[in-house]
Design a protein around this ligand. Structure first.
Ligand SMILES: [Fe+2]
Ligand SMILES: [Fe+2]
Length: 139
């Protein structure tokens, strides 16, 4: 598992969303750190909990603004979020049953880390372009 470094190619051009993505990455990196330094189960559970809570907040923010700006691809985008919400639920279950196994680390890396980068670059970016094109300022 590797930490994710924020880079400009992750910017969707909307300050509110970029700020939340940076925050999300910070929570993700906390998990990488706590697994790598072999923290105890309670501490790992806590960092995982923070990431899950923040994911909920972030998705809700995007969905609120997609609905509010009548974004045509809202449902499609939301269904991608729903997919990750389900994945997170499974990861937590797996963690509670098995602890921070090698498989769990790999799953976090694949399903969260890679998912996030791809989602930002392929899905969130399109919403960013829509927002900019319409001259909407998200606050
Ligand atoms: Fe999104
Ligand atoms: Fe996002």
């Amino acid at each position: 598992m590797e930490k994710i470094q924020w880079q400009n190619n992750l910017s969707v051009g909307v300050p509110l969303i970029d700020a939340q993505h940076k925050q999300w990455i910070a929570h993700y990196n906390d998990i990488v750190e706590s697994i790598a330094s072999r923290q105890n189960k309670t501490q790992i559970a806590k960092t995982l909990g923070f990431l899950i809570d923040y994911t909920g907040i972030h998705f809700a923010t995007e969905e609120k603004h997609m609905a509010g700006s009548r974004y045509p691809a809202f449902q499609e985008h939301k269904s991608k979020h729903d997919g990750l919400r389900a994945t997170l639920g499974n990861l937590v279950k797996e963690f509670e049953e098995e602890g921070a196994t090698e498989q769990l680390s790999e799953a976090i890396d694949t399903f969260l880390g890679h998912w996030l980068i791809r989602h930002i670059q392929e899905v969130d970016t399109k919403f960013g372009e829509y927002v900019k094109g319409k001259g909407i300022v998200l606050a």
